[in-house]
Design a protein around this ligand. Structure first.
Ligand SMILES: [Zn+2]
Length: 187
């Protein structure tokens, strides 16, 4: 089991589900302020991604709210988004755009509409490095970034995404560490 935990008040948990359902069939997203491993306040965001049924991007205005809550001694403890039809597991695109190693990535799945499931993840990107070639048998990931990805399960709620993309005439590789964070819903 995961060692890390995030405590979510019941109303924040319910609000994520309500938001996910309202936004269906598109993905919705938002950010959550808190202290340490306790969530205190949810801020809904606009999903400004081009392909909102399979991707999300938190709008910059909402990200700026961080300044507001950091002034009162809180941090962005989590970023949430919904998966309208897939499992609450980070996609290759989620790993590719996981720029906040200090935030928990909460994913709410509506795969079973009547019983949404929510899981939390820590996604930590390694340093990109140039490589000579793309390995064989890796999957191309659709979307505006156009990259390649391989998912490597490591057991016990851990995994790794290996990512590759082309930039400045070279191929770059990056590893993204995936670890489950236990979500504890408080009554
Ligand atoms: Zn996702």
């Amino acid at each position: 089991m995961s060692e890390e935990r995030l405590f979510l008040p019941r109303e924040i948990y319910e609000e994520i589900i309500a938001h996910a359902r309202e936004g269906y069939p598109e993905e919705v997203c938002g950010i959550i302020a808190g202290k340490g491993n306790r969530a205190t306040q949810l801020y809904r965001a606009q999903n400004i991604a081009d392909e909102r049924e399979i991707n999300y991007t938190v709008d910059p205005h909402t990200l700026l709210k961080q300044v507001e809550f950091e002034e009162r001694g809180e941090q962005m403890v989590a970023i949430y988004h919904s998966h309208p039809v897939s499992a609450p597991y980070p996609s290759a695109t989620d790993a590719r755009q996981a720029f906040y190693p200090d935030s928990v990535y909460i994913i709410c799945s509506l795969q079973d509409w009547d019983r949404p499931t929510m899981r939390g993840w820590r996604l930590v990107q390694g340093e990109p490095r140039p490589v000579d070639a793309l390995p064989e048998g890796v999957d191309a990931v659709r979307g505006k970034w156009g990259f390649w990805a391989r998912h490597v399960p490591l057991g016990e709620g851990r995994a790794r995404y290996d990512l590759w993309w082309e930039e400045n005439g070279r191929i770059w590789a990056q590893e993204v560490d995936v670890r489950e964070v236990e979500l504890i819903v408080e009554q």
